[in-house]
Design a protein around this ligand. Structure first.
Ligand SMILES: Nc1nc2c(ncn2[C@@H]2O[C@H](COP(=O)(O)OP(=O)(O)OP(=O)(O)O)[C@@H](O)[C@H]2O)c(=O)[nH]1
Ligand SMILES: [Mg+2]
Length: 313
């Protein structure tokens, strides 16, 4: 993979810009207290509130404040020092969960089911992942499992054409589970390494649609008991706290095994990823920072933590 870490407008720059709103707010609150050079004990409570407002969740926020309290005993707390403590604590939570997707299934194909609520970036993420896998020399196939909308099938087909990836699809209204089954048969027959299965966006409170995901899983397992090998929940970074209920329900109904967060380039509220990590301990595979193929990268816990805490470099 091309490393464009330092390029202007590159991945890190965009992630940092996306998280700037969170980190700036945090910074403003912190500066209020640190301005005088020293953080008093009662200030810590307000810092805790600022951390919660940045979507980190009460558990993580409390833990960070504990760390700050200890650091305060040791020496004077400067703004830079506070940011370091915040970044370190966030990184410590996220680091064990940073796990790139790996193609391990034997026999092939390695099946990746992609789920989530409407418009989070599932279809785009499938294209981006397909692109990443191709760079690793894997043969990829897509299944257009969003059979509700003709436009959804078309969207995946366009990505397929651009990437020279075959797309298995049916007419609008095709049974999604039947299509997934057929795609798996074809992926096997043509010796594909990876099958990425798109699904229709669905709100987590729609029981019928959620049942459909369970059915897709069952038919895939008929051909390979270990399939789907990954079930990825795609989360939109701009939704904030609602991401937590999405994880809770999709994990239960769809057997989610890992997360991808998209739209970290926008007015992101990426802090919720930390709250999610603390609560669910699901692997975090990758982050999306834009609409182009190259805008998805494996998750880097330290870079994310520094961007969120507003630590430079
Ligand atoms: N800025 C930005 N836009 C993104 C990102 N990922 C996806 N998008 C855009 O978000 C919109 C929705 O993306 P899709 O991939 O169609 O989302 P989806 O989850 O498949 O949507 P449904 O199938 O309708 O549920 C599109 O306009 C994408 O280009 C991202 O990381 N950053
Ligand atoms: Mg879609």
């Amino acid at each position: 993979m091309i490393d464009q870490v330092t390029e202007k407008g590159g991945f890190l720059a965009r992630m940092r810009a996306g998280l700037e709103r969170s980190s700036r707010k945090l910074g403003e609150t912190l500066t209020l207290f640190v301005g005088g050079g020293k953080i008093e004990a009662e200030d810590l409570e307000q810092i805790e509130e600022a951390l919660i407002a940045a979507d980190l969740g009460p558990v993580v926020s409390a833990r960070i404040v504990d760390q700050l309290r200890e650091a305060r005993v040791i020496g004077e707390l400067t703004l830079a020092r506070v940011r370091d403590v915040v970044a370190n604590e966030i990184a410590a939570i996220l680091r064990p969960l940073a796990r790139p997707l790996e193609i391990t299934a034997f026999p092939r194909p390695h099946v990746i089911l992609v789920v989530g609520v409407n418009g989070t970036g599932k279809t785009t993420t499938i294209a981006k992942l397909g692109h990443l896998f191709q760079e690793e020399d894997y043969d990829v196939m897509f299944a257009a499992g969003d059979t509700f909308r003709a436009a959804a099938v078309e969207q995946l087909k366009i990505w397929g054409q651009r990437l020279s990836v075959p797309v298995i699809s049916g007419p609008e209204g095709t049974d999604a589970a039947g299509l997934a089954y057929q795609a798996m048969t074809e992926a096997k027959a043509s010796g594909r390494d990876v099958l990425l299965v798109d699904t229709a966006g669905r709100l987590q409170n729609k029981a019928g649609l959620m049942d459909e995901l369970a059915k897709i899983r069952r038919v895939l397992a008929k051909q390979d008991p270990s399939a789907p090998h990954d079930t990825i929940l795609v989360l939109d970074a701009t939704t904030g706290q609602n991401a937590l209920s999405q994880i809770e329900i999709f994990r239960e109904v769809a057997g989610v095994t890992g997360l991808v967060m998209t739209k970290l380039d926008g007015t992101a509220r990426g802090g919720v990823l930390v709250a999610a990590a603390e609560r669910f301990r699901l692997p975090i595979h990758a982050l999306g920072v834009g609409e182009r193929l190259g805008d998805l990268r494996p998750f880097d816990a330290d870079a994310f933590a520094r961007a969120l805490a507003g630590v430079n470099g």
